[in-house]
Design a protein around this ligand. Sequence first.
Ligand SMILES: [Zn+2]
Length: 87
Amino acid sequence: MKDPWKEKIMCMIQCPRCGSSLKAEDERILSVYDHEPVCMKCKGEEEKRPDYADVSKMMIGQCLIDTEMAYSDPGGYCYHHFYPYKC
Ligand SMILES: [Zn+2]
């Protein structure tokens, strides 16, 4: 079964947030704010936001309910909000 988010993050050649281009070997990660794949630079910016801790906590709770997956499930949707995805 193919997950739509995986295809999105895998095929991303440009960060939708900052517009910087991504090579196949560049890491990308899902935003905890809008669940869109972003580059690591944008993720760094997100982490500096004062509400990041709260938003990510809420997001992970909701994600586990939605996907019925364990947080530690490697390669899972929830997981890649916190761990970079590499093609
Ligand atoms: Zn970016």
